[in-house]
Design a protein around this ligand. Structure first.
Ligand code: DGL
Length: 263
């Protein structure tokens, strides 16, 4: 058993990863969490895989050099798709956990078999997503309604989800799912749990929304226990950002001050 606290670096392009931090704070005791919102480079979902890989490498170096992390959580579907394979290759000693759209639990719980998937354009274009779908969709008769949502991350970051522009976009994206009798929607971007209420309003019907936060926290817990870390005491979190961020939303999600770093 190790006596020191597990140190975990977590990153996303902005507010979204804080939904993962919330799950981690619930499940992982005694750990020191360091969260970076990389808003200087947001949104990731509309960047190239090469650019997203460069941001992910810079953040990982930052965590290792400044906070001596034991584990890295990529709290972002888009960055996981573009960077996890390279990060695992370059940092074999780190526990690395990524985020992928929660299609498996959605298939399990859907009764109509019609499942919506909302994600960033980069996530839906990536091979990782296609491989996941190929692997899982043979398990049960299901039909996936995939929708890229360019612009939704900015509405979440800018707190403009209820604006006419945002509502028009959501109506356009969700109407086909409503018509197709979708009963479950996978939130394939860690920002989207912050839009849960408005997605439900626009759907105008009972729909289960599934995110990946708890699954990620449980995976980190399992892997860290295997490495001998104890899950005891209270967890702490330090919040950092590379650019502007809505501090009110940050504090609503995780009530800690947020500091700007230069990367
Ligand atoms: N939150 C991220 C994700 O899970 C990416 C959002 C973005 O910057 O486009 O995909």
């Amino acid at each position: 058993m190790k006596s020191e606290a597990l140190k975990i670096g977590i990153f996303d392009s902005g507010l979204g990863g804080l939904t993962v931090v919330q799950s981690m704070m619930q499940h992982i005791k005694g750990a020191k969490l360091f969260y970076v919102a990389d808003t200087k480079h947001a949104p990731y979902g509309e960047k190239t895989p090469e650019q997203i890989l460069q941001f992910s490498l810079a953040l990982t170096h930052y965590f290792i050099e400044n906070h001596q992390i034991d584990a890295l959580v990529i709290a972002c579907n888009t960055a996981t798709s573009a960077a996890i394979a390279t990060l695992r290759e370059k940092f074999p000693k780190l526990i690395i956990v990524g985020t992928e759209p929660a299609i498996k639990p959605a298939i399990k719980q859907s009764t109509t078999g019609h499942i919506g998937v909302l994600a960033t354009p980069a996530t839906l274009k990536g091979d990782k997503y296609q491989n996941l779908v190929d692997r899982l969709s043979t398990q049960k008769e299901v039909r996936l309604y995939e929708q890229a949502c360019p612009g939704l991350v900015e509405h979440i970051e800018n707190n403009t989800l209820q604006s006419p522009e945002s509502l028009t976009l959501l109506e356009r994206w969700l109407a086909p799912m409503r018509e197709a009798n979708v009963d479950t929607i996978v939130l394939g971007c860690t920002h989207y749990p912050l839009a849960k209420e408005v997605i439900k309003e626009v759907m105008q019907r009972e729909v289960v929304l599934i995110d990946s936060g708890d699954a990620i926290a449980k995976r980190v817990l399992d892997l860290s226990r295997k490495e001998g870390f104890q899950n005891q005491g209270s967890a702490s979190v330090k919040l950092l950002t590379t650019g502007p961020i809505d501090k009110q939303i940050v504090n609503y999600l995780v009530n800690e001050p947020i500091e700007t770093i230069v990367l």
